[in-house]
Ligand binder design. Structure first.
Ligand code: ASP
Length: 395
């Protein structure tokens, strides 16, 4: 009985009820924005201290610089290869679909606010010029870079100093995870409020007119999440992804409801360490970094969206252009922050590279939030699989 009413099951029920009441009780649930926002704020409240402390502790807890390189290299190889696989899957799926013109979509309609994303911006997003500013602004990538440098420097201190600092941040890390546990207990309520509000606010009618595009993204995401990542788990990780999913599903449900990998991070860390028993050092390094740079779902979606919009404009994409999409979509996903709609902004990189009009992005705005929920779930699932695989290799 207790199992039946576990937080995970209740959260799942909350999503279903949220969707239904967003459709049928629109006027009531539209008032729940406050509750959903409060839940999101609780998660975000601990994200920055948790990212800093977990990365720091995981690196400072490793014995040598060689260990860091070892784990870092494995993580990077995993991130890049799975992101590439995701984009490739998206491109293949689109090549099977013959997109036809969408009724009622006006190509001139430009509610999209330009905010171009460039390679320079990508590089800048890695280097903090004032770490306190970055902490306050919640610039996750900056915080990660600084935490890594700081931890490596601490590794070089004499043991007494090193001990004090490491223990301190270890304590910070553990207490943040305790708060995460408390917040997780609220997730059925928070998730219900978030999902019902989004459905009531956006209305799901838009999905119908863009069904071909939505279908392409959904099918691509499913293939990547179940087949690609599933096979990688079996073959390289030597574990059963379905069993693993049952352990970490709370994080996926939160990712779906919040559309934010960063806000989900406290939950991912908690389930990975407590339920899936992944070593704290591995999870503490692979998950925060993954939440920021490893976005399989986003990469896949960027490629599909670019190719869909190109076809609406009647642009025929050559193989070379599809290869450019492959690289730029991967880059754009790495550059996307773990927050809602981040992928939509970094998509300008892909569009500019192949010359698709940026206004085209406005055409898919209506369904973007729904697809964001799905791609974020795949992003977090990819991070969690990565943590489990890398855990096997560094042990
Ligand atoms: N919302 C996504 C995430 O947080 C990023 C994106 O694709 O917009 O993972």
């Amino acid at each position: 009985m207790k199992k039946l009413f576990s937080i995970e099951n209740l959260t799942f029920i909350a999503i279903i009820l949220g969707i239904l009441s967003g459709i049928y009780l629109k006027d009531i649930v539209i008032n729940l924005k406050l509750v959903g926002d409060a839940f999101l704020s609780l998660l975000k409240m601990i994200t920055i201290p948790l990212i800093f402390a977990s990365i720091f502790v995981s690196i400072a807890g490793l014995a040598t610089i060689k260990d860091i390189k070892n784990m870092g290299l494995k993580a990077i190889i995993y991130y890049f290869s799975t992101t590439a696989l995701a984009v490739f899957t998206g491109i293949i799926v689109v090549n099977f679909i013959d997109f036809h013109p969408v009724d009622g979509l006006n190509l001139e309609k430009g509610e999209f606010v330009h905010k171009e994303f460039t390679v320079e911006a990508l590089i800048q997003s890695f280097i903090p010029s004032n770490i306190f500013h970055s902490l306050v602004e919640g610039k996750v990538l900056h915080v990660i870079i600084f935490a890594i440098l700081f931890a490596v420097a601490v590794l070089k201190l004499q043991s007494e100093k090193k001990e004090i600092i490491t223990r301190f941040f270890d304590g910070v890390n553990d207490s943040m995870l305790t708060i995460a546990k408390w917040i997780i207990n609220l997730s059925p309520i928070g998730v219900f409020a978030l999902v019902s509000y989004i459905v009531a606010d956006k209305g799901i009618g838009s999905i119908l007119s863009l069904w071909q595009y939505v279908l392409a993204v959904v099918v691509g995401l499913l293939i990547h999440a179940v087949m690609n990542l599933g096979l990688i788990s079996f073959l390289i990780g030597r574990f059963n992804p379905f069993k693993y999913f049952t352990k970490v599903k709370e994080a996926i449900l939160i990712a779906f409801s919040t559309s934010s990998s960063s806000a989900t991070l406290p939950v991912s860390l908690e389930v990975a360490e407590e339920k899936a028993k992944i070593d704290k050092k591995t999870a503490g390094f692979v998950l925060p970094l993954g939440a920021t740079i490893n976005m399989d779902g986003t990469a896949l979606y960027e490629a599909v969206a670019a190719m869909f919009i190109a076809s609406l404009y009647g642009i025929e994409l050559s193989i070379t252009e599809q290869i450019i999409i492959f690289f730029t979509a991967s880059l754009a996903a790495i550059g996307a922050a773990g927050i809602p709609s981040a992928g939509l902004v970094t998509m300008t990189l892909v569009f500019t590279a192949v010359g698709i009009p940026l206004e085209g992005i406005a055409l898919i705005l209506a369904v973007d939030r729904f697809l964001d929920m799905l791609r974020t779930s795949v992003n977090v699932w990819g991070d969690l699989i990565g943590a489990k695989i890398i855990n096997r290799f560094v042990k």
